[in-house]
Design a protein around this ligand. Structure first.
Ligand SMILES: [Zn+2]
Length: 260
């Protein structure tokens, strides 16, 4: 075999290996590229979250999970939370799990002297937390983050009663699933979804949706706000249930700041 023939054969062999290699290599699938799916009913229900993806393992093994039944609270410091919410252009996201309202930077809370920015708020039905074993019709979660990346979530219970004008504005702007609707000429003030009393229960918990990350400072206000029955039904038509069941409090301390 002369040197040229040997070189040609080797090139052909490499080419064949290369083509076979391409055919045998797994093709990227859509499932691998997009985030894992989760939900509230059927195969993707909250009990299955920890098994859906390794990224969601904390949902199963975490010992400081949320929500919880708020009971046996000990008296803590007087109210240590101050709201400094500004108005923001209305931007409503229908993310397939809930209705979320994104907020412009500049609105903050301070808890125990630490400042957190309001990022967004969203809704669950029925409420995720229970207070002394009792759930409310809905619960709003105001999600804040501080400069170090730590999260503080304020929970506001919502009972059936008087209509809430801000909820009407938000519900009217709900886009189809997977879309965001930003309406620059409508501004809202998240403070209009807060009760007058800022007394709250505090404890350390987690995100209530995958990946269920822990280290979240929770402040659940003791006083509920109201929404009308038709406002509740309107939400339930889109999301009949989007609440994670309660988890064990384990060794955690729940504190009451202010009065019930
Ligand atoms: Zn939430």
């Amino acid at each position: 075999m002369n040197i040229v023939k040997k070189y040609c054969l080797r090139t052909i062999a490499i080419a064949i290996l290369f083509v076979f290699g391409l055919c045998l290599s797994p093709l990227p699938t859509l499932a691998a590229e997009s985030a894992p799916q989760w939900g509230y009913e059927g195969d993707l229900n909250p009990d299955a979250w920890g098994k859906i993806s390794r990224d969601f393992a904390t949902c199963d093994v975490g010992k400081n999970q949320s929500p919880i039944d708020i009971t046996g609270a000990v008296t803590g410091q007087p109210v240590q939370i101050a709201f400094n919410y500004q108005s923001s252009p209305l931007a409503v996201v229908n993310n397939g799990h809930s209705i979320q309202v994104n907020y412009n930077p500049g609105s903050t809370i301070s808890i125990d002297g630490e400042e957190y920015q309001l990022l967004q708020f969203h809704f669950h039905t029925p409420s995720e937390h229970k207070i002394a074993g009792k759930a409310a019709a809905m619960e709003a979660h105001f999600v804040h983050r501080n400069a170090a990346g730590k999260l503080a979530v304020v929970g506001v219970m919502m009972n059936e009663g008087r209509e809430n004008p801000l909820i009407s504005k938000i519900w009217k702007a709900i886009p189809p699933i997977g879309q965001t609707k930003a309406i620059d000429n409508i501004t809202i003030d998240a403070a209009h979804l807060l009760p007058n009393s800022k007394s709250y229960y505090s404890y350390t918990g987690s995100l209530t949706t995958p990946p269920c990350s822990e280290g979240v400072n929770w402040a659940v206000l003791t006083t509920p706000i109201t929404i009308s029955s038709s406002q509740l039904q309107e939400f339930k038509k889109l999301y009949p249930i989007d609440a994670r069941p309660i988890h064990s409090t384990n060794a955690r301390k729940i504190e009451l700041h202010g009065s019930v």
